[in-house]
Design a protein around this ligand. Structure first.
Ligand code: PD2
Ligand code: ZN
Length: 284
């Protein structure tokens, strides 16, 4: 097959296979066997079955990893989700790619508490280097940042536990919270959050919990202007509003997930965010 397109007929066929009881892995295997491109086949499965039902890896996941993807319970599309100790609003949800905007995830006091703790420890942000020597300062990210240890304080623990309940993903599969502060003019140019398979540093990084499979960016304040989180592939801009958050998941480390995203320049005021990255397995 040359130009492959996800047609309504293909979607109907996938739907029929699923109704007949065939698991997503078997449907994928059948599609690959009849010449479908792996990326297109997975996109079609995710579109019809939803991102959490689609196969996460080919074939057989690594030992110690959790199947599926982090995913809030949107089955009844209730306007609020009980996240254990807080009622979290669902402001918007997109199925493909999976992007959900939450309201009221954090209280004002929690936001202020994190920024106060983090503010003392800010250093020029670092991102993953393309070599094998750890981190390096990256011009694509002009914010300042720091990492908390997982469970470092009571406040951090409470928020991490709320996130685990909300996204139905084990707490120990999460990295420590990262806090970023953007001053006017600072931005985070579009990127993917998964670890690039071709980078020399990636095999070492993957030993500590496997790939990242989802991101939750929590807004700790409301900038005066600018600073939206942008998703260029899908034309989505999420406004940074204190206490709100944007969640997105990606079932493979590939641009076909359409999870390219960035932080647009802050035009006035500061922007503070806390990011939680979720891994396939236990993050050590
Ligand atoms: O601050 C943001 O909006 C943003 C944008 C893109 C944060 C991240 N990525 C991140 O923390 O990965
Ligand atoms: Zn990011």
């Amino acid at each position: 097959m040359s130009q492959q397109v996800i047609t309504p007929e293909l979607c109907e066929w996938i739907s029929e296979q699923s109704r007949a009881g065939h698991p997503a892995d078997s449907i994928l295997a059948a599609m690959l066997g009849s010449g479908w491109n792996d990326t297109i086949a997975r996109q079609a499965l995710a579109r019809v079955l939803g991102p959490s039902a689609a196969p996460t890896s080919s074939p057989g996941s690594a030992p110690g990893t959790t199947a599926g993807l982090p995913e809030p319970d949107l089955s009844r599309f209730a306007p609020v989700i009980d996240a254990g100790d807080r009622q979290v609003q669902v402001v918007m949800a997109l199925r493909q790619p999976r992007v959900v905007v939450f309201g009221n995830l954090l209280s004002d006091e929690e936001c202020d508490g994190i920024t106060a703790l983090a503010g003392r420890r800010l250093a020029r942000s670092e991102t993953v280097a393309t070599g094998s020597e750890g981190s390096e300062v990256n011009a694509a990210r002009t914010s300042d940042g720091m990492f908390f240890e997982r469970g470092e304080t009571d406040l951090i623990r409470r928020i991490e536990s709320r996130i685990a309940t909300l996204l139905r993903w084990p707490l120990d599969h999460g990295e420590g919270l990262q806090v970023l502060r953007y001053r006017p003019g600072a931005e985070y140019q579009p990127h993917y959050d998964y670890f690039e398979p071709a980078h020399a540093s990636t095999p070492g990084i993957l030993k500590r919990g496997g790939q990242r499979v989802a991101t939750l960016v929590m807004y700790l304040n409301t900038p005066v202007a600018g600073g939206s989180t942008i998703f260029p592939d899908i034309g989505l801009d999420v406004a940074p509003v204190k206490g709100n958050a944007v969640f997105f998941s990606y079932d493979r480390p590939h641009p076909s997930t359409q999870t390219l995203h960035g932080g647009s320049p802050v035009l006035d005021g500061e922007k503070w965010v806390a990011t939680k990255w979720l891994r396939q397995g236990v993050f050590t």
